[in-house]
Ligand binder design. Sequence first.
Ligand code: ATP
Ligand code: MG
Length: 391
Amino acid sequence: MKKVILIKYGELTTKKDNRNFFIRTLKKNILNKLSNFKFDIVDDYYRMFIIPNDEDIDLIVDNLKNIFGIHGIVIALMSEDKSENSIKEISLNMMRELDLKTFKVETKRSDKSYSIKSMDMNNIVGSHILKNTNYKVDVHNPEVILTVEIRREAVYIYNTSIEGLGGYPVGTLGRALLMLSGGIDSPVAGYLTIKRGVELYYLYFESRPHTSLEARNKVISLARKLEKYNSNGKLLVVNFTKIQEAIYKNLDPSYLITIMRRKMYTIAEKLAKRYNCLAIVNGESIGQVASQTLSSILSVNDVTNYPILRPLCSFDKLDIIEISKKIDTYEISILPYEDCCTVFVPKHPVINPDLKHIYEEECKFDFEPLIEEAIKSVEVVDLKEKISDLL
Ligand code: ATP
Ligand code: MG
């Protein structure tokens, strides 16, 4: 008899054609995240089993809780002895360890050659527990379900399931480029995108010396928090100073944010193409600030045909904050270092920008060379490397 970890795939079950690819990717992601541990891993169409050393189980389960594509995690007892008596005894001992009142037995018999049918096994195990404990059966609303999975190689018995993160395995749906500022929203937008199986690269616009090294380190720390769910992401840092100064010195101040964001999107699209990202993601939420009215979004989006994903578009700020606390980015995001968007904030940013006026303004300065230069000098930050951890 041995403790094993059983992994339930959840939403993957809806992906008939791609199922094997999803399972393969999930397995690769698990092996990647658990590279510090020794264990055996076996998968089939319905389940994955990890057979670890006993002392590693809790740590492995903690790691599995951060992997998308896992719906449920179960610590089960595996016994190669599939006899009725052995199953009865293991079940009884397991139920005795809990201090609850009602239960129900559910047998899953994937080994069709096994002689006892599922319903009969439910009765056999259920009666044994009733006879030897004070439990009562409640088939509709039991406090605990005891599951007996009879497979070809062994029987697996368990009564608690830990919720997984759900979603799809990272990397099954391509790569996207997340515009990552130091704020609360964009890391949450990134997390929700990773959840859908999309791998991320990160893009940060900095305006040194107007923004500080601390502001950059803050973004690195946020990207690292997201790397817990993502894997092998790269952070691209664009030097945005000259572009921002050119807008500030030459164009209508009330359009500063709109035009600055247009330049960000233009650069983001070029970098997305260079790094094989199929979409750009950002943390915009409709109505949150002047640059996030529908007409602002329209006039900024006008520079690109690339798909821009806005996972937070309909979220309330409080809901965003709740997720940011859950993923442990909130405390970093609220550190007070200035972002490039907050350095040159105009007194009265336009709320309904006019595209014709934008085009006229943009003719006043030739941004092309500066954009080229910014793209050429993009810095790629290795997220695995240690920085002098300021945060
Ligand atoms: P956040 O909390 O994510 O900073 P915000 O509410 O402050 O968002 P804005 O400053 O209008 O909103 O930015 C909207 C989105 O644009 C951000 O969520 C982020 O995706 C992107 N963005 C803003 N500033 C930067 C930056 N310096 N580098 C990269 N992306 C940025
Ligand atoms: Mg911001």
